[in-house]
Design a protein around this ligand. Sequence first.
Ligand code: GLP
Length: 257
Amino acid sequence: MTKASNIPIENNIQVCPTQEQASITTAHLIADVIKSKQELGEFAVLGLATGNTPKLVYQELVQMHKNQGLSFKNVISFNLDEYHGITPAHRLSYHRFMRTYLFDHVDILPENIHLPFGTWELNKIEAHCAAYEAKINDYNGIDIQLLGIGRNGHIAFNEPGSPFDSVTRLIDLHPFTRNDAADEFGGLDKVPTQAITMGIHTIMNAKRILLLALGKRKAEIIKKTFESEMTPQIPATFLKARPDIEYIFDTEAASLL
Ligand code: GLP
């Protein structure tokens, strides 16, 4: 195992009093990237996440689009992951999630949206994943990557055991992750067993990375991540390899630090 970083990561932690304020802070950091790229006449390449955590972030970005004229015309998006074996139309697909919470409400161009597909045929997944990586590189990498964290320390769907040099691939979901999703799927048996996910290496290549964690449920894993040395057993610990990662928490998520 690699030794834990001694860098004072506290400098990169913002603790906000409420979930709403943490989300608004995050949305503004993303909007600032979009706007500064617009001023340069360049694309803003966003790495986007799903789950409960970014919902208010997207809500705030939609508000900025509607009330302050924030345009997404220069945005290229790459999502972190998608469940394997479900169609984009499935009510719990990440394609659907992104349309519901962000894409349907802003002026992003459909051709600029990228997500892995849960419908990729097994024998073609490797090629599709390699093409996904290549596409990110074609745009010169991700300018700003938004991350949540799973309660077992996964980032995207990089489950415990994911190596530091992993790239976009098919992965088996951890029982813990499937359990966490059981309620919304209407039973554990209905939760997909696999997913396509960007790898740790893919994520770490982003020019800027924001990790957002909200609520009491995340306090334990945030504490573990910060206290542990880098280990594939807690994939989020790999973020310590990048001292510039920005952590945004609400008081509850940060309560055990
Ligand atoms: C899923 C997603 C992750 C997300 C995690 C946490 O597993 N693949 O990208 O960070 O859940 O979800 P939530 O934000 O709902 O707690």
